[in-house]
Design a protein around this ligand. Structure first.
Ligand code: PHE
Length: 366
């Protein structure tokens, strides 16, 4: 068990891109907030400290004790006693927000997950979460379920235009679209036509009716509420054609100067296409089943002072017929978003990664 957090991750705490003027994440957030401002009846509280109690991130949300998201390979635990984590979703703020009197809110914040390294995954990203309880005048006489769907239809059209192609994937037809903290859950899938004419379906949000036990824990027994949560990075990448999620963290003016509050029509102009450098690493997995891809990625993040790894791809895997041992080969793609990397720099990092792999993840390098 490790409670050390890679520097590249810990230094993101407090950056609050969602509150940085003219940052694409803030622009997308404002656009979503403006929809709910027009609806009326919502507050917009923000809890900026991403370190939260495990109770609020998991237990009180009825996330089972054996749920994968609780594993230290998925979640950054920040205290030795495992009682606190970097929040993995904004739902972690539901119980604190509601118990402190916010019965109808839209909130936004940074969330943290150990994950793959590629152009659309980053250990820190931003989510908007909404919560609305019965009693808000804009529910009127309709059920919470109906209210949720009306708000979501409106939000999707507000974001993507009236002619957007999308569907609600209801839990009853798609059992995978469920969350422990809601029932009658659903995911919204939007299908977009890319500039090259191909279609791409993306899941943009999860939602549902909040479980009665959580309402009880919030002091709202007998009432019902809906909630939804959505990530901002993927939306911003789509709207602006931003190719690499790491760019959001750039302080380079060539990136930041390209976005203006309220402007959605501009397309991102790439300013660097530096060559990538590939390094492969192959190894036999040990018998203890200790190796996980996420832990491997986390070691890479810890060994890189900056975001110099663009992608980690499984190239090849096979089982030795005689010994039953499994071999895996990964390609690590090195490329800094805006400066050239030296061979020396890459080799040092690569050597450190190789050493730690053998020591910590029970593999034998080949
Ligand atoms: N917390 C969920 C996620 O991160 C999203 C969600 C929020 C789903 C609220 C339902 C209700 O994926």
């Amino acid at each position: 068990m490790t409670t050390t957090i890679p520097k590249a991750v810990s230094e993101k705490v407090g950056r609050n891109l969602h509150n940085q003027e003219n940052h694409p994440i803030k622009i997308v957030k404002d656009r979503i907030f403006s929809f709910f401002k027009d609806c009326g009846g919502f507050r917009f509280p923000e809890r900026l400290d991403p370190i939260v109690e495990v109770e609020n991130n998991f237990d009180k949300l009825l996330i089972p004790s054996n749920h994968v998201s609780r594993s230290p390979s998925d979640t950054y635990y920040v205290s030795q006693d495992m009682s606190r984590v970097l929040r993995t979703h904004m739902t972690a703020e539901m119980v604190p927000l509601v118990t402190s009197g916010n019965y109808n809110y839209i909130t936004c914040g940074d969330v943290y997950r150990k994950d793959a390294i590629d152009s659309t995954h980053y250990p820190v990203f931003h989510q908007i979460e909404g919560f609305m309880s019965q009693g808000n005048p804009s529910h009127g006489d309709i059920s919470v379920e109906e209210s949720l769907r009306i708000h979501l239809h409106g939000l999707i059209k507000h974001l993507f235009g009236d002619t957007v192609k999308y569907r609600f994937m209801e839990e009853k037809d798609h059992p995978e679209c469920s969350f422990p903290f809601t029932y009658n859950s659903l995911e919204v899938e939007v299908t977009l036509t890319l500039p090259d004419g191909t279609e791409k379906a993306i899941e943009v949000l999860g939602a549902g009716t909040v479980q009665p036990r959580i309402m009880e824990a919030c002091g709202l027994s007998g009432k019902s509420a809906w909630a939804f949560g959505m990530g901002l990075e993927r939306l911003a990448m789509l709207f602006y054609g931003i190719p690499d999620i790491r760019l959001f963290w750039s302080t380079d003016h060539r990136f930041l100067s390209q976005f203006k509050e309220g402007d959605f029509s501009s397309k991102f102009q790439p300013f660097s296409s530096l060559p990538a450098c590939y390094k492969d690493v192959a190894f036999w997995l040990g018998d203890k089943g200790k190796f996980t891809y996420n832990d491997f990625c986390n070691i890479i993040k810890e060994e890189c002072e900056e975001d110099i790894v663009e992608e980690v791809i499984l190239k090849d895997t096979f089982t030795n017929g005689k010994t039953g041992k499994v071999s895996e080969c990964y390609r690590i793609v090195y490329r800094h978003p805006s400066r050239t990397l030296s061979n020396e720099e890459i080799n040092t990092v690569q050597d450190n990664i190789r050493n730690r792999l053998e020591k910590e993840l029970d593999v034998t390098l080949r």
